[in-house]
Design a protein around this ligand. Structure first.
Ligand SMILES: Cc1cc2nc3c(=O)[nH]c(=O)nc-3n(C[C@H](O)[C@H](O)[C@H](O)COP(=O)(O)OP(=O)(O)OC[C@H]3O[C@@H](n4cnc5c(N)ncnc54)[C@H](O)[C@@H]3O)c2cc1C
Length: 302
């Protein structure tokens, strides 16, 4: 596919395309095989033209900071689009409204809103992802959720056409967002931060310190591996099943927070996926509760 893709991508885009790009470089687990092509558009127009000209049979995937994906060792066929380097503009538009490109980091959004005296946005500091990924996942922390603050989103479809949609067009739940139509991706969003609570940068630091005390921050992981089942905490169920420290190769269930699976150095995606299946089976056997992955498993096995 890589060789064939080189011929399908018009020459003027090639400067922003890396072929056969290892996705382990772009995921927080540091695992994942290659993408045939990894495209970093430098503007919305460039992205639109690229998608319009790329033959429809070529699959397109979107990746933010790779903090909620398990990409298998065989990688992803087709093109992976990343907004991180080119679409990362953040703008305070009116008294209460901020526009963020999809490639803005959540941590940057949080800290900039504090500087602007806008909020509540501090919770974004706990999400090690991009605005695009946070919109796709309805990421949340410390009682805040991405979509509670969204007014409208800018989206682009597979044909490269852009559109703005109201937040009310989306069905949103816990780590779940159902769009009104398929095959559309987020290139930006307008957020309303109405309270102007004069938050201090210290608040963010305190929240992050609390997080460091309870989670293995700094280790290679995908964050919470499983969503919390209704009325339960996934971490508690995993711990009660005696699975802390359980490992497959260099993939291990964290001793500090049982819903985190760590890559201690040389784990493969297959190791992590195996461990996830084992944890799911054991929790079901011992607690009678079926865990559902929060991380999205993508790509081909090696
Ligand atoms: C240490 C750690 C702590 C974490 N803590 C939290 C937490 O407290 N709360 C929480 O909610 N999450 C948490 N996460 C998970 C993760 O950070 C969030 O889900 C985050 O929103 C993912 O953003 P991302 O840019 O990394 O997306 P990615 O992981 O790159 O992608 C996630 C999904 O979104 C899709 N996607 C990415 N960009 C776009 C786009 N522009 N348009 C459409 N779809 C897109 C991808 O295709 C993929 O399906 C944590 C992760 C780690 C590693």
């Amino acid at each position: 596919m890589t060789a064939a893709l080189r011929d399908l991508i018009p020459e003027r885009f090639v400067a922003n395309v890396r072929f056969n790009e290892p996705l382990s470089r772009h995921t927080s687990w540091h695992v994942g095989g290659p993408a045939d092509a990894y495209f970093t558009p430098q503007s919305v127009d460039e992205l639109g033209q690229f998608l319009a000209e790329l033959p429809r049979r070529v699959p397109v995937h979107w990746l933010g900071l790779g903090s909620n994906v398990l990409i298998r060792d065989g990688g992803l066929r087709g093109v992976v689009v990343s907004l991180l380097s080119g679409l990362s503009h953040l703008e305070w538009q009116t008294d209460t409204v901020v526009h963020a490109d999809g490639g803005v980091l959540c941590a940057v959004l949080a800290r900039q809103c504090v500087k602007w005296n806008l909020g509540p946005a501090e919770f974004f500091a706990g999400i090690p992802g991009s605005v695009g990924g946070a919109l796709a996942m309805n990421a949340g922390a410390w009682g805040g959720e991405t979509w509670s603050q969204v007014i409208e989103v800018d989206v682009m479809n597979r044909a490269g056409a852009r559109q703005t949609r109201l937040a009310s067009a989306y069905q949103v739940g816990y780590r779940r967002v159902t769009p009104p139509v398929a095959d559309e991706w987020f290139i930006g969003a307008r957020f309303k931060f109405p309270e102007q609570p004069r938050p201090s940068p210290g608040t963010i630091d305190e929240l992050l310190t609390r997080r460091r005390e309870t989670q293995p921050i700094g280790s290679w992981s995908g964050g919470s591996t499983f969503t919390n089942p209704k009325n339960h905490f996934a971490a508690e169920l995993i711990e009660r099943s005696g699975l802390k420290g359980c490992r497959k190769g260099d993939a291990v269930v964290s001793e500090k927070h049982a819903n985190f699976i760590l890559n201690e150095g040389h784990a493969t995606a297959a190791d992590i996926e195996f461990l996830m299946s084992h944890v799911t089976a054991e929790v079901e056997r011992l607690q009678g509760i079926h865990l559902v992955p929060e991380v999205r498993i993508l790509g081909e096995v090696a």
